[in-house]
Every structure is written in structure tokens, then in C-alpha cells.
Design a protein around this ligand. Structure first.
Ligand code: HEC
Ligand code: HEC
Length: 190
């Protein structure tokens, strides 16, 4: 074949053209953002004037404030120190704490909660002693002292505050559900 060198040259030229085109294309992308586009997407305080619908919010805890703006933090909730116990929503719910726990230290050396709530001291302080589950290890063996996995009380028990719920909740406890089931057949019989 006489044209062999010509064909080889053509291939080299085509490959070079592709390489140059690729390099130029890469340098061009990504296009610099135009200042006009930026100003149109930015929020102005006026955008937030009307109360946005709470239902469309991704995160209700933001209370309708756009993600790129910082809202006023709500006031700190007040801890109720009334000694009035709240109902438990289900039998194994850790009861909420009906007294304040300010400065109650819990660390390696001391556990202030157990001063009153350990079985041995409960009578002196008229506190309900921790239940037997607090003395059980993960294999359900009963220990002489509080189980290490129940040592840090605040892991499960929280103080009662006057905070309003941040998101709607239609939880029904088992007694409400059971009473509904008992009612239904009676209504059908009528
Ligand atoms: C000075 C004693 C004392 C200390 C310390 C104490 N408590 Fe209490 N606690 C009580 C008493 C008394 C009650 C019974 C209700 C009342 O009078 O407030 C109670 C009630 C409770 C209840 C409610 C139990 C139920 O059946 O509803 C929980 C939960 C609780 N405390 C957790 C804690 C935790 C957690 C700590 C440590 C952060 C703690 N307590 C520290 C005395 C104490
Ligand atoms: C791993 C979670 C967890 C930890 C940690 C924990 N508790 Fe509890 N607690 C519970 C649950 C769940 C209940 C209710 C069911 C039960 O009695 O086991 C309860 C019940 C109680 C009760 C009511 C007992 C009764 O008979 O009504 C008291 C008082 C209590 N806890 C105090 C404490 C104290 C004080 C500590 C820290 C030493 C503590 N708890 C650590 C989960 C926990």
C-alpha cells in the first residue's frame, strides 16, 4: 500500500485534534456562575415576612425559617419541680423525673441519684427505689449493685419541662386502642 505514511499522518492529526478539543472543553467547564443568577436565588428578609405553612417544612424544628437564615432561638424551657408524676405512655417507658436535678453529679466516683433512689437509701428520702431491672445485666442476671448499663440515669430519664411539642404527634397508648376495639363490636350490634 503506497498511501501508508499518509494514512498514518491522518490518524495522528485526528488524534491530536481530539486531544486538543478535550483539553479546551475541560478548561471551559464548569462555566463561572453569573452574578445575576446569584442575586435571584438569595433570600431577602421580605421573603420570610408571611408565616410559611408548617406542613410543607422539611424540618419543623426550624419553625419555618429558611435554611440559610438564622432564627431567634426559642426561650429555654422551665424545669417543673412539682413532685407530680406524669403518666407513662407505655409500661416500659422510663418515667420522667418529677423534680429538678440541677448540680446532681453522676460520674465514676459518685452518683447523686442513687443517694436517694438506691434500694438501701430509698426509705430515708421517701424516694421510689429503682426497679429490679436496674440491677440486671444484659443476660438478666441480678447484680448486688446497680447494673453498669443503668448507672447513667440521664441516659433514659429526663426532667419534666413546660416545653411545647415541636412537631405534631398522634400517638395513642395501648389502653386507648384497646378501649376502641371493645367499643366497635358493640356499635355494630346496635
Ligand atoms: C434528694 C433525693 C433525690 C435525689 C438526689 C434524686 N431523686 Fe429522684 N425522686 C426523689 C423523690 C422523693 C421522688 C418521688 C417524687 C417526688 O417527691 O419528687 C423522686 C422521683 C423520681 C422519679 C419518678 C419515679 C416514678 O415512678 O415516676 C424519677 C424517674 C427520678 N426521681 C429520677 C431521678 C434521677 C435520674 C436523679 C438523678 C439525676 C434523681 N432522681 C435524684 C428523690 C430524689
Ligand atoms: C437504660 C435506661 C435506664 C437507665 C440508664 C436508668 N433507668 Fe430508671 N427506668 C428505666 C425504665 C425503662 C424504667 C421503667 C421500667 C422499669 O422499671 O424497668 C425505669 C424506672 C425507674 C424508676 C421507677 C421505678 C418504679 O418501680 O416505678 C426509678 C425511680 C428510676 N428508674 C430511677 C433511675 C435512676 C436513679 C437511674 C440511675 C441510677 C436510672 N433509673 C437509670 C430505664 C432506665
Amino acid at each position: 500500500m503506497r498511501d501508508k505514511p499518509l494514512v498514518a499522518l491522518a490518524i495522528v492529526v485526528v488524534l491530536a485534534a481530539i486531544a486538543v478539543g478535550y483539553a479546551v472543553g475541560r478548561r471551559k467547564a464548569p462555566p463561572p456562575p453569573s452574578p445575576a443568577a446569584e442575586t435571584t436565588t438569595a433570600y431577602s428578609p421580605a421573603d420570610n415576612a408571611g408565616a410559611p405553612p408548617a406542613s410543607g417544612q422539611i424540618d419543623a424544628i426550624r419553625r419555618g425559617i429558611p435554611v440559610d437564615q438564622e432564627g431567634e432561638p426559642p426561650l429555654m424551657a422551665r424545669v417543673e419541680n412539682t413532685d407530680v408524676k406524669r403518666n407513662r405512655a407505655y409500661p416500659m417507658q422510663p418515667p420522667t423525673i418529677p423534680h429538678s436535678i440541677d448540680n446532681y453529679q453522676i460520674d465514676r466516683n459518685s452518683n447523686r441519684c442513687l443517694l436517694c433512689h438506691a434500694r438501701a437509701n430509698a426509705d430515708k428520702f421517701q424516694a421510689p427505689p429503682v426497679s429490679v431491672t436496674h440491677y440486671m445485666d444484659r443476660d438478666d442476671q441480678f447484680l448486688a449493685t446497680i447494673s453498669p448499663r443503668r448507672y447513667f440515669c440521664n441516659q433514659c430519664h429526663v426532667v419534666q419541662t413546660d416545653a411545647k411539642p415541636l412537631v405534631a404527634n398522634n400517638f395513642k397508648d395501648i389502653d386507648t386502642i384497646l378501649s376502641g376495639q371493645i367499643d366497635q363490636p358493640q356499635q355494630k350490634a346496635n
